[in-house]
Design a protein around this ligand. Structure first.
Ligand code: GLN
Length: 503
């Protein structure tokens, strides 16, 4: 086989297949890493999924891992497999921008816990992926470094904020990626790129070393092209971390066993009444319903469940998130991280801070800092932030009541398929409406998966199917997800992503 065809074969393999081949010595991590670096060099000019790639460093690490695997030092289910990291994970010695100009040139002195766990498991970093600035957005158009393009149609958005991670996987530049999901930033990009993404239970994966957006909502998770690959990655990054005070000190649910079982017989699946009607594209609904029929055919019982307070979720989220963000982003003042503007000896510290923030932050970040500062100001605190927290409690109770009746809940992940770049940039409210189905999960702190349900007939673009489970029942996501995926693979003769136009 020529180098070129060997490479194109390698980038199309699942992470599980690659790991097995590497473990058996059939291919080296260096070869697999090289194949993905070649693919990045070939297509990323069109996709713009990566903000930083250091081919020499990745290859050097791959060679190290090859040596460790052959001497038996590393044995993990993903040893030697490459990964793309969202650019808000602190990576020692490697630039970390959060998609913002304010952090241009910042090089963290330490690694996020996730990065450390990946390193000990022998997973090789390919680089850092593009994102909406500080993870605020649904299209990656708020990046300070230009938008990412959706491999299904380069004129369309890849979702956000983790559009870079999702597009990297969908364009075969990486078999795996890490995303973060504060309001849907793993699941909505997965939905619109025909890939799989999981927001684990809040506290299930360490937040140490993840640049904070809204600390009570943020959660990192796995992105991949199949449910099993997502499970393998989940099992490596999850688990208690004493360096994160909200990390749950309990055993991680066995997501790999669940992904292998794929049996939904006798499971009760609740369809959320509030997340299907108005505002949802017809092809999204039709593919969602077709997937439900498949699950019913596999022996699950499908019932409708009402979650009355979900209609207020978006409003509550867009008060809680800006409030927490306005406080978290106060640390970017030009003194400690990234750029500093106007420090010429003629201006006061306050003037330098203000000039730095004015120059370094984009419009959406400024909008949310202002919104949050307003919502937290004395005299308005109870009316806005306090009220939003009460709604948060009511949404959590809706979930509790629903999970008393069913094992998992389901809905479309996003109301539409990928829209055109530029279509919603000037209409923040229209942009926020993308998050209508994903946000309740972050507010309640439980877990959810998005996986492909098919292509919408009217535009031929991927539709995401969302599965939601109670906190610390992440294994149920994988059980239902793998059952649905297996049935769809039978129907389509492969994964949906195999249909993506080649770039
Ligand atoms: N669309 C959501 C927002 O803009 C996504 C946030 C996230 O999950 N990081 O707030």
């Amino acid at each position: 086989m020529s180098d070129a065809s060997l490479n194109s074969d390698l980038v199309r393999q699942s992470a599980a297949t690659l790991a097995t081949a590497i473990a058996r010595g059939e291919v080296s991590s260096e070869q697999v890493t090289q194949a993905h670096l070649d693919r990045i060099a070939e297509v990323d000019g069109q996709v713009n999924a990566f903000l930083f790639v250091d081919p020499e460093a990745s290859l050097a690490r791959a060679r190290e891992v090859d040596a460790q695997i052959s001497s038996g030092i590393i044995a993990s289910p993903l040893a030697g497999v490459p990964i793309a990291l969202k650019d808000l994970l602190a990576t020692r010695g490697v630039p970390t921008t959060c998609g913002s100009k304010i952090l241009e040139g910042w090089i963290p002195p330490y690694n996020a816990t996730i990065v450390e766990r990946l390193e000990s498991a022998g997973v090789v970093s390919l680089g850092k992926t593009n994102m909406d600035e500080f993870a605020m957005g649904s299209s990656t158009e708020n990046s300070g470094y230009g938008p990412t393009h959706n491999p299904w149609d380069l004129e369309r958005i890849p979702g956000g904020s983790g559009g870079g991670s999702a597009a990297a996987i969908a364009s075969f530049e990486a078999p795996l990626a890490i995303g973060t999901d504060t309001g849907g930033s793993i699941r909505q990009p997965a939905a619109v790129t025909g890939t799989v993404g999981v927001k684990p239970t809040y506290g299930g994966v360490s937040r140490y070393g993840i640049v904070a957006l809204a600390s009570s909502l943020d959660q990192a998770g796995p992105c991949a092209r199949s449910v099993m690959d997502t499970a393998l990655l989940h099992s490596i990054i999850a688990g208690h971390d004493p360096r994160d005070s909200t990390s749950i000190n309990a055993p991680v649910p066995d997501v790999i066993a669940a992904a292998k079982s794929g049996d939904v017989r006798g499971m009760r699946i609740g369809v959320i009444k509030q997340l299907q009607g108005e505002g949802f594209q017809s092809g999204v609904i039709s593919q969602f319903n077709a997937a439900l029929e498949i699950l019913a055919g596999l022996g699950a019982e499908i019932v409708e469940v009402s979650c009355e307070h979900f209609q207020y979720a978006l409003g509550a989220y867009y008060l809680i998130l800006p409030s927490e963000a306005s406080s978290n982003l106060a640390r970017f003042d030009g003194m400690r991280f990234g750029i500093r503007v106007g420090d010429d000896g003629q201006h006061s510290v306050e003037q330098v801070m203000s000039a730095t923030r004015e120059a370094g932050f984009g419009a959406e970040v400024k909008r949310r800092i202002m919104l949050g500062t307003y919502a937290l100001s004395s005299g308005y605190y109870d009316a806005y932030y306090g009220q939003a927290q009460k709604i948060r409690t009511l949404i959590t109770r809706d979930f509790e009541a629903a999970f008393a009746q069913v094992d998992v809940l389901v809905s479309p992940t996003a109301p539409t398929t990928a829209f055109k770049l530029g279509a919603k940039v000037n209409d923040p409210l229209a942009m926020y409406l993308n998050d209508i189905a994903t946000i309740p999960v972050n507010l309640a702190g439980n877990c959810a998966m998005s996986l492909p349900a098919g292509l919408a007939p009217e535009d031929g673009l991927p539709v995401g199917f969302q599965i939601i489970a109670p906190a610390m029942a992440d294994d149920r996501l994988y059980k239902v997800g793998s059952a649905l995926e297996a049935a769809l693979v039978d129907k389509w003769g492969g994964l949906l992503i195999d249909e993506v136009p080649s770039l």
